[in-house]
Write a protein that binds this ligand. Structure first.
Ligand code: SIN
Ligand code: FE
Length: 287
């Protein structure tokens, strides 16, 4: 089955039912017309990129919300920082409203401004996010947490954010799990001791990194696997578990993105997590 796009109407939002079930099943929740207005001053941020060009994105991190990777005058950089802080609050409020089950359990991490055209240059396959993948962070082990993301297309001239979404996680894992190298607790400890990873890489982290790489490297899978094109219009907001939903970003420019973490145990149904799906397929708990 291909990951469904679940459009959430105003009436459905009014009804106040939690959308956790659909989200945990692997849907992309699409909110067609939430309000997130820009001031006249802020409109410059979608007219040209206010980025130093060294990193792919501009972001704020941590309690201090320091801005990284931005360009512009001090006044402009402060306005961009405030815009990102406002987007983080918008994301928090949206999740509190449609996913009340997660209240108090979710933690909000980086917020990014992505002003550049999706990179279609010939780059290393590992960094190429046009290839279908699930998210996994090499230096930042995720352990018993889920990666939840809130995206918003802020393009001013009608350009869509063009994605592909792939088949469900379980079907993908059936194809790739048998090909992955085994986990070594010893090398996981070594990577942490050498500070190559920020914490010990769990067996789950190991499997997800190797799935990410195996998926991106498999040209036949990329071309022939079940998939669908999605065009997110300017002004649309979408929410998904990017560790569960196979996705690739094919095109688009100017987007906001919020990353959040949710403990597996805080899910409405923890058995739907990639952690538990992989454990079931291996027939044992992960180490
Ligand atoms: C990704 O998470 O792979 C990229 C999403 C995007 O840039 O639209
Ligand atoms: Fe991704």
């Amino acid at each position: 089955m291909i990951s469904p796009i679940h459009t959430v109407s105003a009436a459905e939002m009014q009804a106040g039912r939690s959308l956790a079930g659909a989200l945990e099943d692997g849907a992309v929740l699409l909110f067609p017309d939430l309000d997130f207005p820009f001031s006249d001053f802020e409109r410059r941020f979608v007219e040209r990129p206010f980025a130093d060009g060294k990193a792919k994105n501009v972001n704020i991190r941590g309690a201090g919300a320091e801005l990284r990777g931005a360009a512009g005058s001090p006044e402009e950089q402060e306005a961009l920082r405030q815009l990102l802080i406002r987007y983080r609050r918008f994301s928090e409020e949206l999740i509190a409203r449609v996913l009340p089950d997660y209240a108090g359990r979710i933690s909000f991490a980086g917020t990014s401004y992505r002003p550049f055209e999706v990179d279609k240059r010939k780059m290393s396959w590992r960094r190429d996010d046009t290839r279908l993948h699930v998210d996994a962070f090499p230096s930042n082990p995720i352990g018993e947490k889920r990666i939840l993301r809130v995206f918003r297309n802020i393009n001013p001239s009608g350009l869509t954010r063009h994605w592909r979404v792939g088949e469900d996680f379980g079907a993908m894992a059936d194809k790739f799990l048998p090909k992955l190298p085994g986990y070594s607790p010893l090398s996981a400890r070594l990577l942490a001791a050498l500070r190559i990873t920020k914490a010990r890489r769990s067996e789950y982290d190991h499997l997800m990194l190797h799935l990410h790489d195996a998926l991106k490297q498999d040209e036949t899978y990329q071309k022939d696997a079940p998939q669908a094109e999605v065009h997110f219009q300017p002004g649309q907001t979408w929410v998904t578990f990017s560790d569960l939903v196979m996705h690739g970003a094919m095109g688009g420019r100017y987007m906001l993105e919020q990353t959040a973490y949710l403990p597996v145990a805080a899910q409405a149904d923890p058995d739907k997590s990639p952690q538990r799906i992989l454990a079931r397929k291996l027939g044992r708990p992960l180490r």
